[in-house]
Write a protein that binds this ligand. Structure first.
Ligand SMILES: Nc1ncnc2c1ncn2[C@@H]1O[C@H](COP(=O)(O)OP(=O)(O)OP(=O)(O)O)[C@@H](O)[C@H]1O
Length: 251
């Protein structure tokens, strides 16, 4: 069985269909980019994987189970809008990511010192070491976004969900964050789903690129039909249609 399995999923808000007949099987360790027109349901798809929403029809399973509703170390998330804790210093924001998964919600003694060293290394890697003792309000939008990325990656989640994570970054920082993510994945295999509006970024980072679009379109009622996965590209083999036997991480 695939690690992430989405079977014939439909999602509507009220009587308005957003997604229809969405099916995809993803092996553990695969990096999946998601592209598509604005408003076609890409973030909705991520929320279904996060169990923030339940599909109107169909099934989502992760490691053979419905996705857990509680946040846990299994899933890291970076949204377009940064999700850092405003009352914690930059360093403590990173430490909090590890403490959330610690047995008593806190790390003590040697474990805390080791986590602090890892947090400082992560901050250095994203260019925020010099502001470690400041609070998020003192950071620019792009810096807060880098902090959110470092925070999500610190816990080395089994699944990482990224919703336009690099949107607020300048081109140089964006490239450096691509390298950071690629290095971390080489150290710790993670299954990644990343929504992006940048097709070249999607192909550069991912193993597969899913395109969401509407296959049915009523010009008199544009909201009548939902979107589905119209293309599934194998980004490691020149963008040919994805075939599971060729998947780089297929079991
Ligand atoms: N909770 C909600 N209730 C009602 N409608 C919603 C809700 N969440 C999203 N929508 C609508 O569903 C549609 C899809 O939204 P979604 O954010 O998933 O699209 P998207 O593809 O991620 O868009 P973008 O690329 O612009 O971020 C949008 O028209 C949005 O207004």
């Amino acid at each position: 069985m695939s690690f992430v399995s989405v079977r014939n999923v439909f999602q509507s808000y009220g009587d308005r269909p957003i997604l229809e007949r969405v099916s995809v099987e993803v092996e553990e360790g695969c990096f999946v980019s998601i592209v598509g027109a604005s408003g076609c349901g890409k973030s909705t798809f991520l929320r279904l994987l996060l169990a923030q929403e339940t599909p109107s029809r169909g099934e989502v399973s992760i490691a053979g189970q419905p996705p857990a509703r509680e946040p846990g170390r299994d899933r890291g998330v970076v949204f377009q809008k940064y999700s850092v804790f405003p009352h914690l210093t930059i360093r403590d924001n990173i430490l909090a990511a590890e403490e959330l998964s610690a047995r008593w919600g806190r790390l003590w003694g040697r474990a805390r010192r080791a986590a602090r060293e890892r947090a400082d290394a992560a901050l250095a890697r994203v260019g925020l070491a010099h502001v470690a003792d400041q609070y998020p309000a003192a950071l620019s939008g792009g810096m807060q976004q880098r902090l959110a990325i470092a925070q999500a990656l610190q816990a080395r989640p089994r699944i990482l969900l990224l919703d336009e994570p690099f949107g607020a970054l300048d081109p140089g920082t964006r490239l450096s964050m691509h390298d950071f993510l690629t290095e971390l994945r080489a150290e710790t295999p993670m299954t990644v789903f990343m929504v992006t509006h940048d097709l070249s970024e999607g192909f550069k980072l991912a193993d597969r690129v899913l395109v969401f679009d509407k296959t049915r379109w009523d010009p008199d009622a544009p909201e009548r039909w939902g979107a589905t996965i119209t293309y599934d590209f194998d980004a490691r083999h020149g963008g040919i249609p994805f075939q599971s036997a060729r998947a780089p991480h297929a079991a």
